[in-house]
Design a protein. Structure first.
Length: 329
């Protein structure tokens, strides 16, 4: 049995994080060795008091909680960050990539709902020679080649335009990141296309291939970095592909649903929309109460006011019941 480590970056959303990991564990626990929960140094809406709640709900899982001293949300970090391990750990997922001892690392956002053993289904493809990662490929909704019906995640390898063709498509269809696309084309980044990446909200990555090629052992920017304005993993994907590594497109819905409690299907929107954040958390809490085997022990009081979320407080009876557990964490 191949063992897999899991990495999830905790950026708020305690109840949605619990739904994510409990549903993943329910279906894929036989593959999982360790779960890295990376507690971001910066939290949305100043929500810094919910980790004890999360620890209690996940108390039966094999979890290592990591607290980076730095926070780097997006972009291409300076060399000083890449040379300093403490700063490098401020990039998404990087601590797990450098410290995992399993063959594969499964990345998941903290607002997902798993309905089947996605890890087990991905493993055969991930085990093939020279495969660096398996998951949904491409942010095709932002790509002019998709708009022109010339390319998608399943065809990204076969559609190889020249610079002129790609520039004309970009101008014709004017994608959301048109300016960035044109700058990348001018700099010689043609294929994979600017929006090509392994979407990291649910993917399986070969740890050895990553460690050999990415900082600090290699010279590729970590997956948690990107071209300014594009998304996480675009540089890593581009460089790994052009070194001969393969990526397997693996559409996963409805086996996994991303942002299941959001009306717009996006997790990022809630990071800047307090009302949406509060509503998605309420729905995730309800889901836990209805579907979790520990429904009677899930703390229910999460007070949210305007643009700040106060520290989570356990109900009195829950505090008495779990204080011994919490004191040992």
């Amino acid at each position: 049995m191949q063992k897999v480590d899991v990495c999830i970056n905790y950026y708020g959303k305690p109840y949605q994080t619990a739904v994510t990991l409990l549903s993943l564990w329910e279906h894929s626990s036989r593959h999982i060795d360790k779960i890295f929960v990376i507690v971001e140094k910066v939290q949305p809406y100043d929500e810094y008091g919910s980790v004890p709640l999360l620890k209690y709900v996940l108390k039966d899982l094999r979890v290592e909680y990591v607290y980076p001293k730095h926070f780097y949300y997006a972009g291409s970090p300076p060399v000083s960050w890449l040379d300093d391990p403490e700063k490098r750990y401020g990039l998404k997922y990087q601590y797990a990539f450098e410290n995992s001892t399993s063959e594969f690392l499964f990345l998941t956002h903290n607002d997902c709902l798993y309905h089947s053993d996605l890890i087990g289904e991905m493993l055969p493809a991930a085990s093939q020679d020279k495969v660096a990662g398996v998951g949904l490929i491409g942010q095709c909704w932002n790509c002019p080649a998709m708009s022109a019906k010339l390319c998608d995640g399943a065809r990204f390898e076969s559609y190889v335009p020249n610079a002129t063709e790609l520039k004309e498509l970009t101008v014709q269809y004017s994608p959301p990141r048109e300016k960035i696309h044109l700058e990348l084309i001018e700099s010689g980044y043609i294929h994979p296309l600017p929006e090509c990446r392994l979407n990291e909200y649910a993917c399986l990555i070969n740890v050895a291939a990553y460690q050999q090629n990415v900082f600090p052992k290699g010279d590729i920017l970590p997956l948690g970095g990107n071209w300014h304005g594009t998304d996480w993993g675009t540089i890593w994907f581009y460089e790994m592909y052009n070194r001969g590594y393969k990526f397997v497109n693996f559409p996963f819905e409805p086996k996994m649903v991303h942002a299941p409690f959001s009306i717009n299907g996006s997790g990022h929107v809630a990071d800047s929309d307090f009302d949406l954040y509060r509503e998605t958390e309420r729905q995730a809490q309800e889901y836990l109460l209805k579907n979790s085997s520990i429904t009677g022990d899930i703390p229910l009081s999460v007070s949210m006011e305007q643009k700040q979320i106060k520290a989570n407080r356990f109900l009195g009876k829950i505090i008495n019941k779990v204080k011994t557990t919490l004191s040992s964490l």
